[in-house]
Design a protein around this ligand. Structure first.
Ligand SMILES: Cc1cc2nc3c(=O)[nH]c(=O)nc-3n(C[C@H](O)[C@H](O)[C@H](O)COP(=O)(O)O)c2cc1C
Length: 192
């Protein structure tokens, strides 16, 4: 954990592993090149996620150095402002039909979300952060990636990068880099 970060909103007394608390979504990133080996581990974490019928409906598309600006332009402006400093921009796409019978896979988005979380946790283990984005130009993403939208749905965008050195941020920027709170456990979990 970076010492300067204020995790006070994230107090918990259950003993949950700190990896879940320390995954959060920064907006202040620093210039950093992610090696191919690290990227392969991050994406491999996603690959091992569970899925209905083991269909593995997630498809990840990530930028390279030469396509980064094209990916950046596919985000809404409010996300471009901060995402321009990340290392990699990606889009998560769900394959909407089962390959074994062609029927609609009602769990494709659910399973893709699980894969996204796995890659996010592996990114943290690599000293990196992901930041998910609904604020993308989804139709343009589909065109850019040449997707058949009958078969593939663009779910979200994400960034992967290295948190900025907080000392380099001004007070206003730094005040935004605070991991946020959650609902109480009792609001989201009941025994019956
Ligand atoms: C599917 C999804 C879409 C999101 N869209 C955006 C977005 O467009 N812009 C943004 O700044 N953050 C976005 N976020 C980040 C969320 O606001 C953030 O995950 C949430 O507040 C919880 O905070 P944490 O990730 O720091 O724990 C998105 C996250 C997810 C998972």
């Amino acid at each position: 954990m970076t010492n300067e970060l204020d995790f006070s909103a994230r107090s918990t007394n259950t003993g949950v592993d700190s990896q879940f608390i320390e995954r959060w979504s920064p907006r202040a990133f620093q210039t950093h090149t992610i090696s191919d080996d690290v990227m392969r581990r991050i994406m491999d974490a996603a690959r091992w996620s569970p899925s209905c019928f083991n269909a593995q409906p997630w498809r990840f598309y990530t930028s390279t150095e030469s396509t980064f600006n094209e990916f950046l332009a596919l985000l809404v402006e409010a996300n471009q402002v901060w995402a321009k400093d990340t290392s990699i921009i990606g889009f998560l796409v769900a394959q909407q039909h089962f390959e074994h019978n062609g029927k609609a896979n009602a769990y494709a988005e659910f399973d893709s979300g699980a894969a996204w979380m796995a890659m996010s946790l592996q990114a943290r283990l690599e000293g990196l952060y992901t930041h998910g984005m609904g604020g993308i130009k989804a139709d343009e993403v589909a065109k850019y990636l040449a997707l058949d939208t009958q078969k593939h749905k663009v779910l979200m965008g994400f960034t992967i990068g290295k948190l900025a050195d907080l000392h380099t941020l001004d007070d206003e920027q730094r005040s935004k880099e605070v991991p946020n709170q959650r609902k109480e456990l009792s609001e989201v979990w009941q025994t019956r």
